[in-house]
Design a binder for this molecule. Sequence first.
Ligand code: FAD
Length: 432
Amino acid sequence: KYTLIWLRRDLRLHDNAAIYHALQSENKLLFYFNFDTEILDQIENRSDARVNFIHTELQKINQQLSQFGSSLIVKHGLAQECLLEVINDYPIANIYANKDYEPFAISRDMNCKDICESQQIEFQLFKDQVIFEEQEILKKDGKPYTVYTPYMKKWRSEFNSKEHLPYSYKLNSSNIAQVESKEIPSLSEIGFGESSIEIPAINLSADMLNNYDARRNFPALKATSNLGIHLRFGTISVRQAVQEALKADDQFLNELIWREFFMQILVNFPKVESECFKPAYNNIQWLNNEEEFELWTNGKTGFPIVDAGMRELKATGNMHNRVRMIVASFLVKDLLIDWRWGEAYFANHLLDYDQAANNGNWQWVAGCGCDAAPYFRVFNPIEQQKKFDPNFEYIKKWVPELGTDSYPKPMIDHKFARNRVLETYKKAINTY
Ligand code: FAD
């Protein structure tokens, strides 16, 4: 009998919690991936770079498995139906996978667990994506934290650099099921084409780590780790990332803690998926002007740092964190467009899109989420440019026509917009 390892957001054979636990029994391991049509059907861009990335990583895994006389089982279709097919095709005793904290994944896994249990097959999920999950870092009263700084302090006090180490084990042909080698379905077989977008490589060099805090806010410097998409799809484990972070200044680990903070918010307060964390803010009267939204998505607002960021996102699937904050603030505060519009646009375009981080950060910028600061923080796009791209180095790359007649005039007066948003927010909160 086999233990089926269902890979999802953990596309690696090393340092993987489900694999580690499966190796504790005598069962041989069989590896499986499902191209879930419920997810794929929602993707508008048929040459989505993230689907390409998953496909490439699966090929690498299949190649590794072939060295052990095995092969990755890949199915394309609805998760539950595909799982049933695998159960019918192979002698499976149990199914091990790593826990995924998004509401969609939680309900999919509950359904799959029911299906398995009705067939006397054990279905187990393991903590792999985070160091601490939603019930592990709690306030003294047993409730989840909703403010980052005390959460971060508790996280750090609970963390043990000797305990939270990468998993170590050896895979070989005696602990892996021997399966006839099979090609995984091609991109076109699952309804996609090739993407020309390049996936940024992880940078955990000593130079990056040692200078992280000093340089991380300057988009022209490219001084961050590019861990985003790799943590999203698990080509690196969070345990390894944290081990690297321990060699750096405090700030880098703090960023990884932000990631876990927002993950536990999404699990503990699933309403944030569609609503403001702070209920009064559901009262805000958004203007939601579609033409203005288009100018924003196309990088034609007339505010150079906003336009540079939006053009970079469209062209590369990436945007620097500082610039993400500026463009998000511009959309929500200057244009009074619902943060959920921006959240959805980022979800379609960001290589590192992660529901918890994206939702948490959009709500943070909109002032309606988990943030100790009050809503009246409004980023000034001109001042931000002066501070973080003073020589227009980053901007020039994406807005080469800056300073010519073809560059649009600012679409709005920032001072006017600032007063307007403050009035609108005040009204929403006072009438709640
Ligand atoms: P580094 O600066 O090298 O940081 C290392 C890792 O720490 C990141 O890969 C990420 O996993 C984590 N991290 C860093 N900053 C944050 C943060 N503010 N919140 C949560 N985790 C963080 N990050 C995503 O991973 N997915 C998203 O969908 C996403 N959407 C965002 C939307 C907005 C409006 C904003 C302002 C930020 C968003 N972020 C998101 C956070 C952040 O911008 C990216 O994590 C970061 O830019 C990725 O680049 P990096 O890997 O080089 O980051």
